[in-house]
Design a protein around this ligand. Structure first.
Ligand SMILES: [Zn+2]
Length: 125
């Protein structure tokens, strides 16, 4: 006999049920959310901080801007935190933080770019 994932009571009814009651089901999902948010909170903070730094430098309307790498280092930008990456046809790696990205233009310079939703359709990601 199958047992409830929360209270371990025997489950009656449909064979694909995981919980004995709506109460146990809700408890499970609330708890899962709590555990998940603790685990991702710290990294999310770093990602959001990184995005804020890029946004401050880039401004609201510019599509891209080249800056000295030291400017990001001074603001304690965390280069290892990004959401995803993409290598373009020229072999350059773009590190994304949601809709903004940076690319190591040279040893000393960083290019910051804003990806608009239409860019995603064209880039084949
Ligand atoms: Zn239960």
């Amino acid at each position: 006999m199958k047992k409830c994932k929360v209270c371990k009571k025997e489950i009656h009814g449909r064979s694909d049920k995981l919980f004995c009651s709506v109460r146990c089901k809700n408890y499970y999902h609330v708890n899962l959310r709590k555990v998940t948010s603790v685990a991702v909170e710290e990294i999310n903070k770093k990602l959001h901080r990184n995005r804020s730094i890029l946004l401050e430098i880039l401004g609201k309307h510019k599509a891209q801007k080249k800056i000295p790498r030291i400017e990001l280092e001074k603001r304690r930008f965390s280069f290892k935190y990004h959401t995803h990456m993409n290598i373009n046809k020229a072999g350059k790696t773009y590190y994304y933080i949601y809709d903004l990205a940076w690319m190591e233009f040279s040893d000393d310079d960083i290019l910051i770019v804003r990806k608009r939703p239409s860019d995603y359709y064209n880039s084949g990601i």
